[in-house]
Write a protein that binds this ligand. Structure first.
Ligand code: UD1
Length: 366
């Protein structure tokens, strides 16, 4: 069985690593790893391959940045060319980035089966590029692997046949549990002169938070509020860095007392930073899940989440994007810190073996 596994952007790498590992236990399955090159910086891509022990991609498309249409179209054209040259039984895509929908669409139009890992997440917000990618990828996939029960509800509601849906748990958490102790051996806290549980980490990159001057100014106000209370580490995503620079806000942020702007971190360094933080502030999807498992309170700069289990079971608080709301949320947190969370069902480090077993059994019957 030939499975073509697709990665493109930073949040894909920790999802594919446990899948490739699990595949080694199935002698009749062979995985080829394809990297579209949507993310290409050393610190957004190559470093993750090293730290996660991922093999060098068998195929690299070198797509790079561009508008959504250009980036998606380039992936589609190059991926189509790859499929001309190979006999593939299944294309496996993860997450919700542009590379995910692009490769799924090319595969399905060629009659190749598609597996979507992390299916069924819905924010209900169609202004999010990822929401469009999720809905479309799920509609055309043959095997939909979900991380939480709410996902099945959304998929069935959208008309997906129940037999295609498999609740398997969370492959990103497979990676986290596997690498947590190694992460805590790295010296990032010492290098940044941080003491465990005495600092906050903040990440920002969502277009809705950084792509207009008004939104970016709101985020800078939020950072001011946070940095008044906590030493705050801010690994700066390239998109955010360039927008803050464009709006003349980069120097303002840099000048805030208590703010430590750093480069985007590798997987292990960032995991150590989260694990030892008192609080995490973010607009990322995956970080809401990772902090839930780490038991670190997470404040999310969004009005919605496609990962509701992180609120009902986990440590996540949605605080929207109004800096004034942040002040009261932090007051409440300081006077009444949240109880430890529950680990969501099947976030046990074994999602990838479950996925491989299902794929093996399904493809074997064909
Ligand atoms: C993408 C994903 C988003 C994910 C995020 C994680 C889509 C629609 N979005 O957003 O879901 O949460 O990755 O980072 O797929 N850039 C670099 N170097 C790189 C990559 C990007 O400098 O290696 C800069 C470029 O200026 C680029 C911008 O960042 O235009 C945005 O990159 P892009 O891949 O379009 O989207 P992200 O914001 O990273």
């Amino acid at each position: 069985m030939e499975i073509l596994c697709v990665v493109g952007a930073r949040p894909n790498f920790m999802k594919i690593a446990p899948i490739l590992d699990a595949a080694y236990n199935f002698p009749d399955i062979h995985c080829t790893l394809l990297h579209t090159g949507q993310h290409y910086d050393e610190r957004m891509s190559h470093l993750f391959f090293q730290e996660l022990g991922l093999p060098k991609p068998d195929i690299y498309l070198g797509i790079g940045s561009g508008s959504h249409a250009v980036q998606t179209a380039r992936v589609m054209m190059e991926f189509d060319r790859v499929l001309n040259e190979r006999e593939i039984d299944l294309v496996l895509v993860v997450g919700d980035v542009n590379s995910t929908i692009a490769c799924a669409l090319v595969a399905v139009k060629r009659g190749i089966k598609v597996a979507h890992v992390e299916a069924g997440l819905r924010s209900g917000d169609r202004t999010m590029p990822e929401e469009i990618n999720r809905i479309l990828t799920d509609q055309i996939s043959d095997y939909l692997f979900t991380t939480e029960k709410a996902a099945e509800y959304y998929l069935i509601h959208e008309g997906i046949n129940r037999e295609k849906i498999f609740f398997v748990g969370n492959v990103m958490i497979d990676s986290l549990l596997r690498h947590r102790s190694k992460a805590n051996e790295c010296d990032i806290l010492t290098r940044l002169q941080l003491k465990p549980k005495q600092y906050a980490v903040c990440t920002l990159h969502r277009p809705s938070n950084v792509d207009t001057e008004e939104a970016a100014r709101n985020m800078v106000k939020a950072l001011e509020i946070i940095a008044k209370l906590y030493i705050t580490v801010l690994p700066l995503h390239p998109r955010t860095k360039s927008r803050l620079f464009d709006y003349n806000l980069l120097s303002t942020v840099d000048a805030l007392p208590n703010i430590r702007i750093i480069e985007p971190q590798g997987y292990l360094e960032f995991l150590a930073l989260m694990d030892n933080a008192k609080l995490v502030f973010t607009d990322s999807g995956g970080i809401q899940e990772e902090t839930t498992v780490l038991g670190v309170p997470c404040f999310t700069f969004r009005n919605n989440t496609e990962r509701p289990i992180t609120i009902t079971a986990g440590t996540n608080h949605l605080i929207g994007t109004d800096p004034n709301a942040l002040v009261s949320a932090l007051d409440e947190f300081e006077s009444n810190p949240r109880q430890p969370c529950q680990i969501p069902e099947l976030w046990d480090g074994k999602a990838a073996p479950r996925i491989l077993q299902i794929i093996h059994d399904k493809l074997d019957k064909k």
